[in-house]
Design a protein around this ligand. Sequence first.
Ligand code: ATP
Ligand code: LTN
Length: 332
Amino acid sequence: MKRLLSGIKPTGQLTLGNYIGALRQFVKLQDELPDTEFFIFIADLHAITTPQDKGQLRHNIKSVAAVYMACGLDPGRVNLFIQSEIPEHVMLSYVMESTAYIGEMERMTQYKDKKGRQTEGIRTSLMTYPALMAADILLYDADIVPIGDDQKQHVELTRNLAIRFNNAHGQTFVVPEPFFPKTGARIKSLTEPDKKMDKSHDNPKSYILLLDDLNAVKNKIKSAVTDSEGTIRYDVKHKPGISNLLTIYASLADLSIKDLEKRYAESSYATFKADLAEIVVDTLRPIQERYHELIKHPLLDQVLDEGAKRAKEIARIKMLKVYKRLGLGRVK
Ligand code: ATP
Ligand code: LTN
């Protein structure tokens, strides 16, 4: 049976970008790939590459798990678990650090971006983070890794590390394939449409949170930055704002951007934005309702316990194999 794996960091509340680029894809794939076992996890160890408040982090971990389920992940189909509950992630991460070169880590665009935004106290783990991500993937022999555009380089590095390790020590890891959504792999900020919509951004108007108040959502869409041309057409270079809104619309309504351009050929930005606001609100309303039921329900802990149990089974065996291949300890 093939395996699919992906993770999300609990570094804040999830955005519409996370939903379109990640969560929605997982839900679709769970029906499209019936013969694939799913591993979806909350990457809490990745969160501490930057400072976190302990209480907030604890809340976010459960909250992200509840959001996953509220978006339609079926606990009968998916192993949902918390990364830090499986110590093998850290064990394999160290092995990956001992497989990767420093130059490879320093070249990662996300590291360079994040380092640029912080002035002091940049943690070592911010740089070595792709080794942990490689470990997350290789531990479970994942064949398919659905991700947004920003994670492409990390999966490419994971493939290189798997190949390097296999060549040096014998066949140990499956070389994973990334999987990108057809539309919406990179939803942009509503205020700066040349940048990614990002939950760690300072300006709340730049992102839509899945749990945002629905009136606030409408206002954020109405005040989204566009341009002065007045025609609704897709042109990322000259019209990044409208192009981003078209992408959000097309993804949520399952329509093509071409169809939307035709439909709104004679319309104003205000009409287009009002329709989009309705679609976003109609998408978020049922997710929010299910979320508020789930976050208090004991089912959530049961699902996370079962997910951890299955993950542990696989991770333990893989780690024994890796240590043996490397000649560590007394494992024969
Ligand atoms: P941070 O801002 O803390 O780095 P993030 O949202 O970039 O967080 P995650 O929450 O771990 O990072 O992202 C989870 C998944 O959501 C990843 O697969 C990522 O590619 C996808 N994703 C994140 N932001 C967007 C976006 N704006 N558009 C499309 N997909 C996105
Ligand atoms: N690095 C990713 C989250 C992540 C992930 C993974 C995604 C951690 N481990 C393994 C896919 C597979 C991010 O920041 N979005």
